[in-house]
Design a protein around this ligand. Sequence first.
Ligand SMILES: NC(=O)c1ccc[n+]([C@@H]2O[C@H](COP(=O)([O-])OP(=O)(O)OC[C@H]3O[C@@H](n4cnc5c(N)ncnc54)[C@H](OP(=O)(O)O)[C@@H]3O)[C@@H](O)[C@H]2O)c1
Length: 325
Amino acid sequence: MVGKWRATISPMKAAHVTQYGSPEVVTIQEVAQPQPKDDEILVRIHSSAVTAADVRIRAARFPKGFGLLARLAFGYSKPRNAVLGNTFSGVVEAAGANVTEFQVGDEVCGMTGTQMGTHAEYLVISQNKAVVKKPKAVSHQDAAGVLFGGTTALYFLRDKGQIGPGQQVLIHGASGAVGSNAVQLAKHLGAKVTAATRPGKTDFVARLGADRVVDYTKETAGGVYDLVLDTSGRLSVSQGKALLKPQGKLVLIAGGLPELLRSLIDKQLIGDGAPERKENIAYLLSLVESKALKVVNEEVYPFENVVKAHQHVDEGKSGNVLLQF
Ligand SMILES: NC(=O)c1ccc[n+]([C@@H]2O[C@H](COP(=O)([O-])OP(=O)(O)OC[C@H]3O[C@@H](n4cnc5c(N)ncnc54)[C@H](OP(=O)(O)O)[C@@H]3O)[C@@H](O)[C@H]2O)c1
């Protein structure tokens, strides 16, 4: 046993979503702190991101064809897990009897996937889940900021897309959480990167290091890419395929059920869900620590302003929007 569980249970604040709807359905409530089981740690959260996934679930705004399936998964008439949030960075405050990987006082960060629950002052998570020690040189905000977009971009570009030196890659919708990481990671993996974004965002995206930046309302180049990653949900399968070389791959991360089903039989199409993996999180943190990956945190809101953070994400963002506890 490397830590001790405290006998008293204190209250904590958590952002609750008790019905689907606009940002105003998010309310901060006082609830009991969770208690770690034998293989779990209790984390005092310092930073968490409000992601595209959070606002999708809050608003029940699911990709085409997923409405019923998503409601079955997340709750039919209201979210089953009332506390949203899937990334966190914080400090271990207590550890269960069988925890060997972490100690009280460790700075840790991680992801909770569909379990969510990080828009709260405290979280319990098994040491075996997607949680790792955070390098001291990486701030809580950068750790919480990089995880959602970074793990998604890494999985689709490296693990699924297997991009490498000299390949031509198009990131379509380059300014968001996934896009801003994808541009930098594709460059880091040696690819020649074209970043497509809306007209007002071209300067911002150029600073991420793309070889070429295009306004996607004007881009017409076809048949040139080894991989196209669309984060915007606005590229159809036929539009995306027209941009590819004959053996190229099209990744539609915001695609609907028709695209997902088609990806099962169409080898050029990748339509999948990015998993949360300890090793990918640790790899991303090492890139942030060595300054090979820049984390773009557009705005940091005090936890009390969680409604404003949801409004911001609804209205469109560059990079990440964070909560600070
Ligand atoms: N399949 C998976 O495993 C997976 C994982 C993570 C995310 N996703 C999905 O992928 C999509 C992108 O995620 P994300 O975290 O990158 O989301 P995000 O940060 O909200 O960015 C999404 C898009 O917002 C656009 N955008 C920027 N300003 C905007 C505005 N004012 N109005 C409308 N759009 C604006 C960006 O395109 P521009 O560059 O053109 O501005 C970007 O493509 C989401 O639909 C998310 O649900 C899927």
